[in-house]
Design a protein around this ligand. Structure first.
Ligand code: NAD
Ligand code: UDP
Length: 320
């Protein structure tokens, strides 16, 4: 270990967002430890980093890791499946991952006096009846539905972060991430952007859940990672929660139409049942991110989709 490098732990570092974050942190001259159990993560996402002498990978479950030997300066806690089909596959484990994972990482932060950032989510607003969603909105979440393991796990994690701050003076940062997309999403991730792009590129039907009038606001991954870096650099008093997302709001039909146009695909739209508790609308109010981080997104949906389509095109061609 160099005396002069920051030592940074990224849980969920082999996943979509985590792999981009590990790369960015290494490029900035830090030492990075990626902790992941590969539930939804992928070794391919970090394969290009493995030879970096300042990159370590630990295979562990964030809900029960051995962290006694770790000394770190910063922790980014991203470990948790994020796609509805994956977090609903083993819902008990999803709640354990969020809640026990938060406790374990907060204990580590307390012991080592590290700053710690929690990857929270716009899902804590549930099916919002305030639009767009500011951080002051407490949300509209079903406690017993299929999405609850994720939503309530993340809500409890936020509670734990603020209680560790109040009780133990831990230097916490909480970001509420709105739908983010980009390269390194798994082709079978199950979230809407990767589903539509893969379906369009393969000439398969585009699966619209419900009537497609529900909205989401899509942030390109590079913008999001910039937000992570900025909040971690803030002084101790800046805790969040801070929404990080792109306010550009689209219906799923509009998203499908853009994907079809950009892929030049003749795939047809087909309609499937809307999953229960699927939020009808979602758009971040990013006033706080602008004021406290000087952050706002720079990449619009069209250019972000173009980069993401190029990524999936190369992945699908390599699979042939
Ligand atoms: P992802 O599924 O690609 O990555 C999650 C990573 O966590 C994977 O590498 C997975 O293997 C790992 N993981 C899961 N459970 C684990 C456990 N118990 N122990 C160790 N590792 C575990 O998802 P992502 O989109 O990269 O999301 C990363 C984080 O950001 C998650 O916490 C998610 O809730 C949050 N988030 C993401 C979005 C988004 O749009 N991408 C939106 C809101 C919140
Ligand atoms: N969705 C869809 N077709 C798909 C996958 C998702 O129409 O193949 C819809 C889904 O019902 C939701 C929106 O797209 O309304 C975003 O879904 P995603 O799983 O990406 O994220 P989340 O619902 O967690 O915001």
């Amino acid at each position: 270990m160099s005396l002069f490098k920051k030592k940074i732990l990224v849980t969920g570092g082999a996943g979509f967002l985590g792999s981009h974050l590990c790369e960015r942190l290494l490029n900035e001259g830090n030492e990075v430890i990626c902790l992941d159990n590969y539930f939804t993560g992928n070794r391919k996402n970090i394969a290009h980093l493995i030879d970096n002498p300042y990159f370590d990978v630990v295979r562990a479950n964030v809900a029960s890791p051995d962290t006694a030997y770790l000394e770190v300066d910063e922790i980014y806690n991203l470990a948790c499946p994020a796609s509805p089909i994956h977090y609903q596959f083993d819902p008990v484990q999803t709640t354990k991952t969020s809640v026990m994972g938060a406790i374990n990482m907060l204990d580590l932060a307390y012991r080592t006096k590290a700053k710690i950032m929690q990857a929270s989510t716009s899902e804590i607003y549930g099916d919002p009846d305030v639009h767009p969603q500011p951080e002051s909105y407490w949300g509209n979440v079903n406690t017993i539905g299929y999405r609850s393991c994720y939503d309530e796990g993340k809500r409890c994690a936020e509670t734990l972060f603020f209680d560790y701050k109040r009780q133990y003076d831990v230097d916490i940062k909480v970001v509420r991430i709105f739908n983010t997309y980009g390269p390194n999403m798994h082709p079978n991730d199950g979230r809407v952007v990767s589903n539509f792009i893969v379906q369009a590129l393969k000439g398969e039907d585009i699966t619209i859940y419900g009537d497609g009038s529900q909205t989401r606001s899509f942030c390109y991954v590079d913008d999001l990672i910039e937000g992570f870096i900025r909040i971690m650099a803030t002084p101790k008093g800046v805790t969040g929660p801070i929404n990080i997302g792109n306010p550009g709001e689209f219906t799923m039909i509009e998203l499908a139409e853009q994907v079809l146009e950009l892929t030049n695909s003749s795939s047809k739209l087909v309609y499937r049942d809307l999953p229960s508790d699927d939020p009808k609308q979602r758009q971040p109010d990013i006033t706080r991110a602008k004021a406290e981080l000087g952050w706002e997104p720079t990449i619009n949906l069209r250019s972000g989709l173009t980069k993401t389509i190029a990524y999936f095109d190369s992945v699908l061609k390599a699979e042939k």
